[in-house]
Design a protein around this ligand. Structure first.
Ligand SMILES: [Zn+2]
Length: 242
């Protein structure tokens, strides 16, 4: 059954060619001992042309889901093309951050030796929960305290990196940590703070149907952990009480 980890047994190119694209990609991931959870990026394991194959695969399986939901996609013109649309949406839009490499980001040395608090945001977040694949819509604020050894990246690049990480089935706590790790590695600041506030549609559309619940998460690193004044300054500038 697909979806279960396959043992890393050796397969010849000829054998691999007979497998589906998802089986080939999974074979490479398992062989490299690489995790492929919902919020992992697997772009390095996808070969040219395989995204089109994945799209056909997802479309066929999505069509099966619609059939099992007893929806007459033949005569219902609204759902006629739904499987195809959903496959495209998953692979290239809402979960696109799993399948493409990180956006190119140019880093500049901090020649002006900027060392003041810098805040980026609110950056709009569109994601989906890994548990139900329901939308998560929210905002992220990023606080950076650079030092003379930091790299600076263009403001719009923060939004692009954020989007790349959020366009996957996510768990909010893991998403903010992933974003923090990525920015820490690139910018190498003295302090890094991230706050994410989001509506989880799995709380509103299903389950408890509480339309007013928001979830807020933060990550504080370096100077933001050590210096309560800096932390307070950041939180007050983004309009969070604490
Ligand atoms: Zn959920």
């Amino acid at each position: 059954m697909s979806g279960e980890p396959t043992a890393p047994i050796f397969r010849s190119e000829e054998e691999l060619a007979k497998l589906s694209a998802s089986e080939r990609i999974r074979y490479r991931l398992v062989g490299a001992d690489c995790r492929y959870h919902a919020n992992d990026n697997i772009a390095a394991f996808i070969r040219p042309g395989e995204m089109d194959e994945l799209r056909s695969e997802v479309e066929a399986k999505m069509q099966g889901v619609l059939e099992s939901l007893v929806i007459d996609t033949q005569s219902d013109h609204n759902t006629n093309e739904t499987a195809r649309r959903v496959a495209k949406m998953f692979l290239t839009e809402v979960f696109g951050g799993r399948y493409v490499p990180m956006p190119l980001v140019t880093e500049f040395p901090n020649v002006e030796r900027l060392n003041e608090l810098m805040i980026v945001g609110p950056v709009t977040v569109r994601s989906a929960c890994s548990h139900h694949l329901c939308p998560i819509m929210g905002k992220v604020w990023i606080g950076i305290l650079p030092n003379e050894h930091s790299n600076l990246i263009g403001l719009s690049k923060y939004a692009r990196i954020c989007d790349w990480i959020m366009s996957r089935p996510q768990i909010q706590e893991e998403a903010v940590t992933m974003l923090a790790n990525e920015l820490q590695e690139r910018v190498k600041p003295d302090g890094l703070a991230i706050v994410m506030e989001a509506d989880h549609f799995c709380m509103q559309w299903r389950g408890v149907k509480d339309i007013n619940s928001k979830m807020t998460n933060s990550v504080m690193r370096g100077a933001f952990l050590k210096d309560p004044n800096l932390r307070r300054e950041f939180l007050s500038l983004i309009g969070q009480r604490n």
